[in-house]
Structure formats: structure tokens, C-alpha cells
Design a protein around this ligand. Structure first.
Ligand code: KG4
Ligand code: ZN
Length: 337
């Protein structure tokens, strides 16, 4: 069984093919960050135009892999139906439905955040869910959520950000430190040159009841310090980046530890672009290994940020569960996991 996956929720255009025996047989992403970096964030109109240009290039490439005697060996087309930017989602939805219609296969609507959550399966031999219940920490440019899953495909939101997402906060501080959008990876590189303890930032909401997050106060606090010092030296910027990265990771870690304990859960999946962060991966691995019988699931770093491999894989799981439709153009820009 083969599923073609299409990802166009934000500014990355992705196409992938997942085969239930051979695994991932095609996976390419065209990144648009150079185009958006001069504006300090994604410009929806430009993103949609680029998706239109890129998607046909990727599809032509992908379809070569599954074309035999003028027939395409595909069972269904999965695409990101939401959450995401309307103008970006519509490109993926339109092309997925048109292609499905023309080769007479169904479509599968995939939730982008569920796909992030399941992307750890991409580097495993068999695509199994963790034992239920499990906790999920979703950390991306648009989301900061703690969820619980007690059954396949069923998710309950335990905590959400009350304001900015963690990825957006990282990108804004990175920008103030002179790093181009999206700044997560390069901020982390800069932090490696910094010294711990030169600055101390508060860890937001760690003593609050419940599991919500808030990052706008931290963003304002760090912004004020950067502006007050008016220092553009590498050392200053690296010290700020170091403490900022540690603050973000500690905050997420404290919340997750509390949730695992209070909800008596032993398995944790961390997913989304921010889960590519080295410090986050190191600290969570360390924390989970010190608690008996606890298991951590992380995607391979290459699959943490937006890609279509996770869409094709999630599509495969949904298809096998009977979740597919006749081709039609459907988008759900605010689709909650
Ligand atoms: O999941 P993603 O690719 O796109 C969305 O669905 O939003 O996440 C993008 C976010 C950006 O904010 C980016 O700066 C952040 O993930 N990111 C990182 C790292 N790599 C990407 N943040 C921290 N450390 C990284 N290594
Ligand atoms: Zn994403």
C-alpha cells in the first residue's frame, strides 16, 4: 500500500510517498525561509505563490517513482487540511484533490499537529503507537500544547499557550539577536558560545496550577534586557541566547515532569520544529532516563520541522482505519488535534 503525502500548511512545500512495506520511498521539502526572512516572518500571499510553483516540481519528481506503464501505483493522496494558513492550505488541498480525481483514488485529510506527533514512527521499523495513555508535547511555530492520548487518534488538550507559541517566541528573540527568520537553529548555535549564569531569566508559569504556558512576558523581559544593554558583541548575544534557550527548555521540562507525575503517565512524545533543539533533546532524555520505566519518543532531527513524510505516514494510518473521502477540496485552518 502506498500513500502520497502533501504538506503546504505554512511556508515549507513537501511531497513524500510512504509504502507500508518499504517505508519512505520519496521525501522532499522546498524551504521558503530565504524569501520570508527579509520580512521577519511568513507572508501568506508569498507563501501561497511559492507553494504553487514548488508543488508541481516536487510532484513530477515523486510521481516518477510510482509510474508503471502510464499508471500510478498509489492507493490514496493524503494532505494537510489544517491547521495552517488558509492561502497555503488551499494550494495543497486543490492539487491533492485534483490528482486524486485524475488517478481515481481517495483523499485523506491529515491534521498537521497529529502528523508532527506521529513523526517519531518514521525512523522505526514498525509503526506502532506507544502504550496508552501517553503524553504529547507539541512545540512548533504555531503551537505549544500538552496533550493526552488514551486511544488511537483521540487527543485531549491538557495545556495550551495563553499567548505566543514557543517557536514564535524563539524566532522573535533570535531576530533581536540579529538572526534571520526562522531563528531556532541558529539561536541554538549562538548559545553554544555563551556562558551559563551571565543572565538569569524567570521561568514563566511554572508555579501555576494546570498545564498552560505563557511566553509573551518572557519575550518582553528578554527584549528589554537586549535593548537596555545596546551591545551587539558576539559574547553578549551568545550569553543572552544561552540563558534564553535554557529558560525555554527548563519551562517545558518542568511542566512535562509535573504532568507525567500528576497524570501518572509513563510515556512522552515531543514533536514539532522546536523538538529539533539539541538542549531540549539532551535535557528531556536525561530527565526521562532518571524516572523508572518511563519512555521518551522523539522524531529523527530531519523529521522535526515541517515535512510531507509525516503527512504520508499519518495518512497511511488514517487510510487503514477507514478514514478517507472521495476527492473534494476541504481545508480546516483552525483544526484542533
Ligand atoms: O513545526 P515547524 O517546522 O513549523 C510549524 O508547524 O510551525 O516549527 C518551526 C519552528 C520555528 O519557530 C523554528 O525556529 C523552530 O521550530 N526550530 C527550532 C529549531 N529548529 C526549528 N527551535 C529551536 N531549536 C531548533 N534547533
Ligand atoms: Zn509544523
Amino acid at each position: 500500500m502506498r500513500i502520497l503525502g502533501i504538506e503546504t500548511s505554512c511556508d515549507d512545500t513537501g511531497v513524500a510517498i510512504y509504502d507500508d512495506i518499504d517505508g519512505l520511498i520519496f521525501n522532499k521539502v522546498i524551504n521558503q525561509s530565504k524569501i520570508h526572512s527579509r520580512y521577519g516572518g511568513v507572508v501568506p500571499e508569498l507563501a501561497a505563490r511559492q507553494h504553487n510553483k514548488n508543488i508541481t516540481l516536487l510532484l513530477q519528481d515523486a510521481l516518477k517513482k510510482v509510474r508503471y506503464n502510464s499508471k500510478y501505483n498509489l492507493d490514496a493522496i493524503a494532505y494537510t487540511a489544517g491547521p495552517g494558513l488558509i492561502s497555503s492550505l488551499i494550494v495543497g488541498a486543490t492539487i491533492a484533490s485534483s490528482l486524486a480525481f485524475s488517478i481515481n483514488v481517495p483523499i485523506i485529510l491529515v491534521n498537521h499537529m497529529e502528523a508532527h506527533l506521529l513523526s517519531y514512527m518514521l525512523n522505526r521499523k514498525s509503526i506502532n503507537f506507544p502504550k496508552f495513555p501517553f503524553l504529547g508535547l507539541l512545540v512548533s511555530g504555531g503551537h505549544t500544547q500538552l496533550i493526552i492520548s488514551e486511544n488511537k487518534g483521540e487527543y485531549k488538550i491538557l495545556g495550551n499557550t495563553l499567548d505566543d507559541s514557543v517557536g514564535d517566541t524563539i524566532d522573535k528573540i533570535a531576530q533581536l539577536l540579529g538572526i534571520n527568520y526562522p531563528g531556532g537553529k541558529n539561536l541554538s548555535e549562538l548559545a553554544k558560545q555563551g556562558t551559563s549564569g551571565k543572565f538569569v531569566f524567570p521561568r514563566p508559569m511554572i508555579h501555576h496550577k494546570g498545564f498552560n504556558f505563557s511566553f509573551s512576558g518572557l519575550k518582553t523581559y528578554v527584549t528589554r534586557i537586549i535593548k537596555k544593554h545596546n551591545d551587539y558583541s558576539l559574547l553578549f548575544r551568545a550569553d543572552i541566547a544561552k540563558e534564553f534557550e535554557e529558560t525555554i527548555v527548563d519551562t517545558l521540562l518542568i511542566k512535562c515532569k509535573k504532568a507525567l507525575k500528576l497524570k501518572k503517565i509513563k510515556r512522552l512524545i515531543i514533536a514539532g520544529g522546536v523538538s529539533a533543539n539539541h538542549l531540549l533533546r539532551y535535557k528531556f532524555k536525561k530527565m526521562m532516563s532518571t524516572i523508572q520505566n518511563h519512555e521518551l519518543f522523539l522524531a529523527d532531527i530531519n523529521f522535526c520541522t515541517d515535512n510531507a513524510a509525516m503527512i504520508a505516514l499519518t495518512g497511511m494510518l488514517r487510510f487503514k482505519g477507514g478514514n478517507f473521502l472521495e476527492p473534494k477540496i476541504v481545508i480546516k485552518p483552525s483544526w484542533i488535534i
